[in-house]
Design a protein around this ligand. Sequence first.
Ligand code: HEM
Length: 408
Amino acid sequence: MTTSGNPPTLFDRDYYQDPYPAFSWLRDNAPVHEFTFPAGAVTMWIITRFDDVHALLGDQRFSNDAAAWASQEFKDAGLVYAQGTPVERILTVLDPPDHTRVRRLAMSAFTPRRTAQWEEPTSRIVASALDRLEKRDRPDVMEFASTVPAEVMGEIMGIPLDRFKEMLHAIERAFNTDPEGQDDVTRAFEEIGAYGRELVAEKRRRPGTDLTSSLIQARDGDDRLNEEELVAMVALMIMVGLDTTRNLIGSAALALLDNPDQRELLRTRPELAASAVEEFLRYEGALTIGLFRFAKEDVEIGGVKLPAGAPVVAALQSANRDPRRFENPDHLDITRDGPRHLGLGHGLHNCLGAALARLESAIAVPALFDRFPGLRLAVPRSELRYNETWLLRSLTSLPVDLHGDGRS
Ligand code: HEM
């Protein structure tokens, strides 16, 4: 392996618009790479090859629990979110044995029978979201892509619409990366926790067939989720179940617009929907990188020494485009049936909502192109922009001409 040129700058303007050249350089030249994270100028390491990312996600020498394991520099930079709020101890930060216990209880609410019950509401919500899209003067696929998971999550969690809208607003504020707005971030996490508490109380009084009621009733022998765990779990579902699916639907729509042959293939062979979703997750999954991990002890990866506390970034989208793993990785192929991608994570913290994410995308994406066979971009491709968020691959908007004839 030869090193050529200077390492790319990560998490800057160019990276957010197109991280793939940086990933490609790193995979070839510095697969375990030390860099400075712009928020707080924190020293971190980024891992970019499939095999290394896969190993990291399953490596018990790393933890997601920043409060317990992160370097002082990371903590001082204010990057430990939601501290002192009811959503401080969500599943994503727990280590075994707490993680094992809470996850097992939560999983029992995600049975295949329950997932199958979500198909009807999802199809109904997608159809009505398409009706609304059709009435827009300036239709934007990202608006459709936002509506679907928001309404699906609201309905399956059993949240009344007006409360849910407030919750959505709080989530937006909670993930504000502007350093000026950090007081409001804590307030927003507190509000999300308060909504969760309210919902749990309401479903205890009046249980239904919704996911919140199932989480309350979830049992493992004599074990159940306690009040704090329930509130955190409900809040977590809402926090992670919206933007992820939104971005996958949006990126998948763009991928099909960019690849008319694949779009035509999906239209003529709807049975390919499930394999197409796997390819969308690989090609442009919703998470560019995984959640931060921290070395619990001094660790060596690929010959690079990481000190205890080191924050490590698993570059999921880089792994998913690694030519060492995937043949012709920059090519979209909805019939691909090769090795598994990391778009839904791997190991302990792999996506708990994977079945729902797959269901929503497999219904929403084909339905969009079935309803509007002439759909095309309404702006030059070069005008499309991605939001500058370090976790998500997120289009700001995807303006379209629905009928391909200028009358949108
Ligand atoms: C297309 C949509 C989605 C994508 C691409 C996605 C992706 C992921 C990924 C990559 C992880 C692992 C992160 C890491 O280890 O760093 C994850 C974890 C998780 N996801 Fe999803 N997700 C999606 C939708 C959902 C939905 C709809 C829900 C809930 C209803 C959900 C719930 C979760 C939870 C609870 C975790 C943490 C699990 C744990 O810590 O044990 N996700 N997701």
